[in-house]
Design a protein around this ligand. Structure first.
Ligand code: SF4
Length: 484
């Protein structure tokens, strides 16, 4: 019996679980890679050297499979909207339109437009909203991570954990990147922030802060993507971190496990990770990899092989933090397909789906809190409890909240109100930090007519006046409810 034999298809469940075998799509379907060998494909050097970084390189790869309309659409997006420059490793490129057969039925252009991974890795202008392309409250650093830097690149937002941004680059650039303010090359619309300190000084300052702050026990070692840091430097940083008595959890953030698994299969990286895992085990510290994939098509045999290699080094776990994105995965079947593919095929633990943050030009990707709540409801009960991902809203100045945790919700204007139970590093003396509410905003195009009208008349106000109008409207609404 084939592994693809349906299991439970006849049971009438809303989601028919079906185990599927992982497949590496055939890269020779792309004219530019028709002669690429398996040895080349599995070489990280070949992968890095053949990333698609611009329209010209996409043309060279695709030949005449794509028509001019797509290239023009992409060029306009890069000139007018893109917050991230283009950088797609062959491994990721190969997971787009995986079933396409040159000369077969259907147009590549139409399939490429519809492809979920293309949708977030190679965004085009026609993907974006023309009514509300950005929310009036969208900001470059929407989570205010820089405001909470305690050393350059070290964000202390939660009581016991920090985020260490070691470097500002990745092997791949995602169109929706929440750190678009800092990560990657500048684009015509976004001039990126640059680290000022020398890399060694910055890392040293981070370690100094952690040594003198015993309340911190958990470090997310991130960027960017740690796969872009030369291994000896990353290992040296991790070794220093492991010597700090208060650090009990270390999580390495790398989308490259999905986008460039060849990196994590290199001998020196595997041997190095074995050394790190061995020291961590001896000291009772948990080291895990946190990766980022948003669609089942990204999970291929090479991803599974790289994950196996990492788990075999003795690290505690490999977990996935995806982003909930319209056009990619904002559908219960797509989310469950991804989670089962991760779990069954690659032994990667589904962990979180973040709602897409309020960065500029992201409205076509974002979903409302109400939709996120519905999605969370629809995915419950299929996966083991320990592998059922939480859908979370990263509320500015608060942090991650499960989507059902909101304190109040004005569904007409799409404003949800959230509370918190700890102070961030910038609120040590704020008497209202634990009693006030914090706002998150739904995409305006998802609101009822009255809500869209309200925003149409208020969106151009300066931010402080806009906030004042929102507060006045909230008070009016509360008074009307009390009178009723
Ligand atoms: S891998 Fe992460 S940090 Fe890098 S571009 Fe993608 S979302 Fe941003």
């Amino acid at each position: 019996m084939s592994i693809e034999t349906s299991i439970g298809l006849e049971t009438g469940q809303p989601y028919p679980y079906q185990r599927t075998e992982l497949v590496e799509p055939d890269w020779t379907r792309f004219p530019g890679w028709k002669d690429v060998t398996t040895a080349e494909w599995e070489s990280v050097q070949w992968q890095r050297a053949h990333c698609v970084k611009n329209v010209k390189q996409l043309r060279e790869l695709m030949g005449d499979l794509l028509d001019e309309r797509f290239y023009a659409d992409l060029e306009r997006d890069q000139a007018e909207r893109a917050t991230m420059s283009m950088l797609v490793p062959p491994q990721m490129m190969n997971t787009m339109v995986p079933q396409f057969v040159p000369g077969g039925p259907g147009s590549m252009t139409e399939q490429f437009y519809a492809d979920p991974i293309r949708h977030y890795m190679i965004p085009v202008l026609s993907d974006r909203r023309t009514d509300w392309s950005s929310h009036p409250h969208a900001t470059r650093d929407s989570l205010h991570e820089h405001d909470m830097w305690v050393a350059e690149g070290l964000t202390h937002r939660y009581p016991t954990k920090v985020l260490a941004e070691l470097l500002p680059t990745c092997p791949q650039y995602c169109g929706h990147c929440t750190r678009m303010d800092l990560v990657g090359n500048s684009t015509p619309t976004i001039d990126k922030l640059k680290f000022v300190g020398k890399p060694n000084d910055r890392l040293g300052n981070m370690l100094d802060y952690l040594r003198r702050t015993p309340s911190v026990r958990d470090v997310v070692v991130s960027g960017g993507d740690v796969a872009n840091m030369p291994w000896p430097r990353l290992e040296a940083f991790l070794t220093d971190l492991l010597e700090i008595e208060n650090i009990r959890d270390i999580r390495l953030a790398t989308k490259a496990l999905i986008g460039l698994p060849q990196h994590w299969l290199q001998d020196d990286v595997v041997r190095g990770m074995e050394r790190v895992a061995s020291v961590a085990r001896a000291r009772g510290v948990s080291v895990a990899i946190h990766t980022h994939t948003n669609h089942a098509n990204s999970v291929t045999p090479l991803v599974a092989r790289a994950t196996r290699a990492m788990l075999d080094t003795g690290i505690r776990d490999v977990r996935n933090q995806g982003v909930l994105l319209n056009g990619v995965n904002a559908d219960p079947h797509a989310l469950l397909d991804l989670c089962f593919r991760l779990l069954d095929g690659a032994q990667i633990m589904p962990y979180y789906f973040y709602m897409c943050d309020m960065i500029p030009f992201s409205e076509h990707w974002r979903v409302s809190v109400a939709d996120a709540q519905r999605l969370q409801h629809h995915i419950m009960g299929y996966l083991p409890g320990f592998a059922t991902p939480r859908i979370v809203c990263d509320v500015p100045f608060v942090g991650k909240r499960w989507v059902h945790q909101l304190a109040d919700y004005d569904t007409e204007r799409g404003i949800s109100y959230w509370t918190k139970n700890y102070r961030t590093s910038i609120e040590a003396t704020d008497p209202e930090a634990l009693t006030r509410t914090f706002e998150y905003y739904d995409p305006i195009h998802t609101l009822p007519e009255a809500g869209q009208q309200w925003w149409a008349t208020h969106a151009d106000l300066p931010t402080s006046d806009l906030r004042a109008a929102e507060v006045a409207e909230a008070s009016r609404r509360t008074a009307a409810l009390q009178a009723w």
